[in-house]
Design a protein around this ligand. Structure first.
Ligand SMILES: Cc1cc2nc3c(=O)[nH]c(=O)nc-3n(C[C@H](O)[C@H](O)[C@H](O)COP(=O)(O)O)c2cc1C
Length: 392
């Protein structure tokens, strides 16, 4: 949740919203009445794809995602810019509007980027409020010193959006996988029929990329072997691009030595044309036959290697999900399988997903949610099982 309060620096919140969205976050903007004097809600709505919330007494929203649900929904709240007035409210537990109420009602971590005139920042009241907030575990980033909009020079400028983003990611990241090497695959493969055509599938790579981001956030050293996708590489992730299943296999085995965890999230083609035509196939016959040969099963091979990483697979099933997924886990000899129901609009290409995760003697259902929060939950579960296995 991005809170925007009424200061000149409110224009910087638009850039922060853009960076958050680009980084894979779902962003709900909440503005104070004063903030609307500085920046139009429509700008933020266009950037985040969600209508801005600014009213506490809103019967329509109270019937759907009301203020308490919104407070629970947020995994983190960033208020940028944070006015002297907002900091005073927060320090005193006041809740006169939607943003202040959410900050009081949430259990999510709170990050403030103060911005105000240097005299307001130096004022004893603001100093005390700042100390009170820090003592309660609220994080503050900035302000920076320099020339101000009002012509004064001194501390009070809002820190740049990229630095707020860095502070947020530092605040949210953990170190549960520090020192661990994780290798994962994502996306589809393409199996050439001729120089211009291929057999492919609907995998978008979103789940694998969200996992890579969540793994890095827990301090892991991540190598991501990706099929052709239209996604940006998450920060600090080593990416190896491949096209075919055979290329994916060799990239995986190149990166495998020393890996602690292997996550096979890619939708690898089971079959490929036995022989790709050297030149474009012409439209001369009515019926055309392609002979397909089996591709290697990368996950099964990794699970059979020695020494072997903790292996996690994915299963996309249309029905009888649990039975098929558990059979797949056993036959591949892997440690954990994350199963999802596919068909209709579920899973492939979608932004939301739900998973049923199975391991020897255990299961956990991860409810329908965005792929980025699902990735966070799955990484926590993988870490838990990996730690339990390495402890024995
Ligand atoms: C042009 C202008 C610029 C302002 N800039 C700031 C500012 O940068 N920081 C601040 O704390 N207050 C600033 N204020 C005062 C706040 O807008 C005022 O305290 C308001 O009540 C804050 O409401 P809010 O905290 O609910 O957003 C400014 C006021 C005006 C008229």
């Amino acid at each position: 949740m991005l809170g925007i309060t009424g200061g000149i620096a409110a224009y910087k919140a638009a850039e922060l919203a853009r960076l958050l969205v680009k980084g894979g976050a779902e962003v709900q903007v909440v503005m104070t009445a004063a903030a609307r004097q500085f920046i139009a809600p429509l700008t933020l709505q266009a950037i985040t794809g969600r209508p801005v919330r600014d009213t506490l007494f809103d019967p329509q929203h109270e019937a759907a995602m009301g203020h308490i649900e919104l407070a629970r929904w947020a995994e983190a709240i960033v208020v940028a810019p944070a006015t002297a007035d907002f900091m005073a409210q927060a320090a005193h537990g006041m809740a006169p509007d939607l943003l202040a109420t959410l900050c009081l009602a949430t259990e999510a971590p709170l990050l403030l980027a103060p911005a105000m005139n240097q005299a307001m920042w130096r004022n004893a009241a603001t100093r005390t409020n700042t100390e009170t907030l820090r003592a309660r575990g609220v994080s503050l980033v900035g302000p920076a010193a320099g020339e101000q909009a009002c012509g004064d020079i001194g501390p009070g400028r809002m820190i740049e959006p990229a630095e707020v983003l860095q502070a947020l990611s530092d605040m949210l990241s953990g170190d549960s996988l520090a020192g661990r090497r994780v290798l994962l695959t994502a996306g589809p493969t393409r199996e050439a029929i001729d120089p211009v055509r291929f057999l492919g599938n609907r995998s978008s790579g979103k789940m694998g990329f969200a996992l890579a981001r969540a793994l890095v956030g827990q301090g892991a050293d991540v190598t991501l072997v990706s099929g052709p996708v239209a996604l940006e590489t998450p920060d600090r992730v080593r990416r190896v691009d491949v096209e075919t299943a055979l290329q994916m296999r060799s990239a995986v085995f190149d990166a495998l030595p020393g890996a602690d965890i292997f996550i096979a999230c890619a939708a690898v083609a089971d079959f490929r044309p036995g022989q790709a035509a050297a030149s474009k196939i012409k439209k001369t016959q009515e019926v055309m036959t392609l002979t397909l040969v089996r591709n290697p099963d990368i996950l099964t091979e990794v699970a059979a290697s020695s020494p072997r990483p903790f292996c996690v697979g994915f299963a996309a099933e249309t029905d009888d999900v649990e039975a098929y997924a558990d059979a797949k886990r056993r036959s591949k000899g892997i440690d954990m399988i994350a199963a999802n129901r596919v068909g209709e609009s579920l899973a492939f290409e979608a932004d939301d997903n739900a998973l049923l995760v199975l391991w020897e003697g255990g299961r956990r259902e991860l409810a329908m949610q965005s792929k980025s929060s699902l990735a966070t939950a799955l990484v926590a579960l993988i870490t838990e099982r990996f730690d339990a296995q390495t402890a024995t």
